[in-house]
Design a protein around this ligand. Structure first.
Ligand code: NAD
Ligand code: GLY
Length: 350
């Protein structure tokens, strides 16, 4: 069992990564009023286990997928919390992927101005990234994560047992955030370069997830609310990723992160942020997980969504770009300049 402490100012969190952590969560919540939030897929696969782990706890089951990361789902959770007569010392258990984690986290932040929350991530992406660090949100009016709060979970339990039922596509999504982290922390990058044949080995992936959590904890401790700018580095590849997620919307977040990293390696190269050799290395790294690069109808549409990105300041579009192994740089581009790079996805020359 790896135990990682996240020393955040608002409230410290403890992350448990390893087999048996689901039982530890059950033990921790014995005697508390637990309230489980999950989605239809997780409920279908794990309803018996949920009942064993949290006997008698009400279970709020939401439809699965990013399109339900909405105001409507948020209020369904809050209604169910009220119906269950939760109080401030009740504990919300977010049992699912990043969509459930982000929404249940926001509901916990809002209900009675703050209820206890424990994250139990069931996707690789959520175990690697989203369950840690306290960012919670729903999408609204076509803008991703635009209504949200920073609200730290008191505990995070990452049990590898849940990864066994993940379809290959969801593994690829988790690899999106793992590769992003590996570009920021070269000790993780090195571990992947030495084990390229093990990227489908769940034990190896779970071990990488703990490394990624440790790296993220170090960033979040120093910049919990993204105010000094350090935490922005976790958005490597995300400007394009989020824009395409909103434009195309047929795949999951992690796949769009992979595509964002791919396109933004061309921006880093074209704008002189990194050498052509390093940009090629980033693309070779990405090819280990074979991101499926989409065709977009036209660059202007992608641009429209990129202009909504929360990182932007003024009229330009902000990017976190790969610079060298373990290094990144922030760069703003005018919309016209970014459109030239988006043309790569529209099948035209940049
Ligand atoms: P998701 O929650 O939609 O889960 C992906 C799919 O896997 C869903 O269909 C879900 O039902 C299914 N699933 C979940 N657990 C399963 C299991 N054990 N077995 C089989 N199927 C299972 O998506 P995700 O990729 O986990 O998370 C993406 C979300 O996370 C996005 O909304 C993104 O914005 C957010 N995110 C948040 C942060 C953060 O810091 N808060 C960081 C990264 C991403
Ligand atoms: N996933 C970005 C962050 O947690 O800041």
């Amino acid at each position: 069992m790896q135990i990682i402490e996240v020393h955040t100012k608002s409230r410290p969190s403890t992350v448990f990564c390893g087999a048996g952590s689901a039982e530890m969560a059950s033990e921790y919540l014995r005697g508390a009023q637990a309230f489980v939030v999950t989605d239809t897929n997780v409920s279908r696969l794990y309803s018996e286990r949920i009942a064993q782990l949290f006997p008698g706890a009400p279970v709020c089951v939401l439809p699965a997928g990013e399109r339900y990361k909405s105001r409507t789902s948020l209020f369904r959770i809050l209604d169910a919390m009220l119906d269950a007569r939760l109080h401030r010392s009740s504990v919300v258990v977010a049992l699912g992927g990043g969509v459930i984690g982000d929404m249940a986290g926001l509901a916990a932040a809002l209900y009675m101005r703050g209820t206890r929350i424990v994250q139990m991530p069931t996707t690789l992406l959520a175990q690697v990234d989203s369950s840690v660090g306290g960012k919670t949100a729903v999408d609204y009016r076509g803008v991703k994560n635009v209504i949200g709060a920073f609200y730290q979970p008191e505990r995070v339990y990452c049990d590898p047992l849940f990864l066994e039922t993940l379809p290959p596509r969801e593994i690829r999504c988790g690899l999106g955030e793992i590769i992003k982290t590996a570009l920021l922390d070269d000790s993780i990058g090195q571990k992947i370069r030495e084990n390229t044949g093990r990227l489908h080995d769940l034990a190896f992936l779970h071990d990488l997830a703990a490394d990624c959590v440790r790296f993220k904890a170090g960033i979040v401790e120093r910049d919990e609310t993204e105010s000094s700018g350090l935490r922005k580095c976790l958005n490597l590849g995300h400007t394009t990723g989020h824009a395409l997620e909103l434009l195309c919307g047929r795949r999951s977040h992690g796949e769009y992160v992979l595509i964002g990293l791919w396109l933004e390696s061309f921006i880093a190269e074209g704008e002189g942020v990194c050498t052509p050799a390093y940009a090629q290395e980033v693309r070779s790294f990405l090819s280990l997980v074979q991101p499926r690069i989409p065709r977009i109808p036209n660059a202007a549409e992608g641009l429209r969504y990129a202009l909504l990105d929360k990182k932007n300041n003024g009229g330009d579009i902000s990017f976190i770009l790969p610079k060298a192994r373990g290094e990144y740089a922030e760069l703003a581009l005018t919309p016209e300049r970014y459109e030239r790079y988006l043309n790569i996805l529209a099948g035209e020359q940049a």
